[in-house]
Design a protein around this ligand. Structure first.
Ligand code: ADP
Ligand code: MG
Length: 263
């Protein structure tokens, strides 16, 4: 075979194997091999390295899309000094993602604005960056989705969907009253993940008031059993970060108004 037909054949192999990035990089890598005097091993390593990098980037982008995180928060963005109720070292330990390996659950309990969603989303982002499948939903969306699934005969598939990710974030449990059917869906999702996959749950309701989410207090108790059996619980009772920002702005304004005019 001539060099030209060998080259065409090699491109054909790469296309058949769906190694698109390697196929595209082939001319450049061959040129570099000549220019830099690369041996066969070094050249193949470079070519396949390009394909591996492209595969990893695709996988990461797909995990990222799947996770549906509502914001791009990271743990490093969280201001621990502003929220002393949050144990920094415990959050950093969770940031190592070891908790995912034994399906430990994490509960963030506290009033609005204290950073519950931010912490849950930041941990989910860390999980995605660590190559895990994570998925974010609010409790209301989960209930609505299960409701539709029941009507459309897709209940089992939807339950499998919520069982799948290594980490499931369920945000805002208790913000809206849940219809009994929604509470039942939540119960089933949590039951089937029990000891298999981590749940990070945020709620404004103290554990003692969980009975209120459900018509049936025994369901609430059973769900809490499963959630808390292997879990880390944060009770965040500090000031609202949002309010803090408003207060700081108000203070600034007031200072501005009351400062003696320099003009
Ligand atoms: P919650 O879910 O508890 O209602 P959020 O996580 O939505 O509160 O936080 C409200 C807003 O305040 C968000 O914009 C969040 O980024 C910010 N925030 C809250 N706590 C902190 C913190 N400790 N450091 C930095 N930003 C914070
Ligand atoms: Mg929130």
């Amino acid at each position: 075979m001539t060099d030209a037909s060998l080259y065409q054949s090699l491109r054909g192999h790469l296309a058949t194997l769906r190694l698109a990035a390697a196929a595209e990089a082939l001319p450049g890598v061959l040129e570099a091999a000549t220019a830099e005097g690369l041996g066969h091993t070094a050249m193949l390593e470079r070519l396949l390295g390009i394909e591996v990098a492209a595969t990893e980037a695709r996988r990461h982008a797909s995990l990222e899309r799947f996770a549906s995180l509502p914001a791009s928060w990271r743990l490093s963005d969280f201001d621990f000094d502003a929220q002393p109720a949050v144990d920094r070292s415990l959050i950093n330990e969770l940031g190592t993602l070891r908790f995912l390996e034994d399906a430990t659950n994490v509960l963030f309990i506290g009033p609005p604005g204290v950073g519950k969603t931010m912490l849950a989303v930041s941990l989910a982002r860390a999980a995605v960056e660590g190559g895990y499948r994570a998925y974010y939903t609010t409790a209301a969306d989960l209930a609505a989705r299960c409701h539709r699934a029941a009507i459309e005969g897709r209940w089992a598939a939807t339950m499998r969907f919520f069982a799948g990710p290594k980490l499931l974030v369920i945000d805002e449990v208790g913000y809206l009253p849940m219809p009994a059917e929604g509470a039942a869906a939540l119960f089933q999702v949590i039951s089937q993940r029990y000891l298999r996959g981590s749940v990070i749950l945020t709620t404004n309701l103290g554990i003692a008031s969980w009975g209120r989410i459900f018509d049936d207090p025994t369901v609430a108790a059973a769900m809490l059993d499963r959630l808390l059996h292997r879990s880390v619980v944060f009770n965040i009772d500090g000031d609202s970060y949002r309010m803090r920002a408003h207060q700081a702005r108000a203070t600034q304004l007031r200072k501005g108004v009351m400062a003696p005019s320099s003009r």
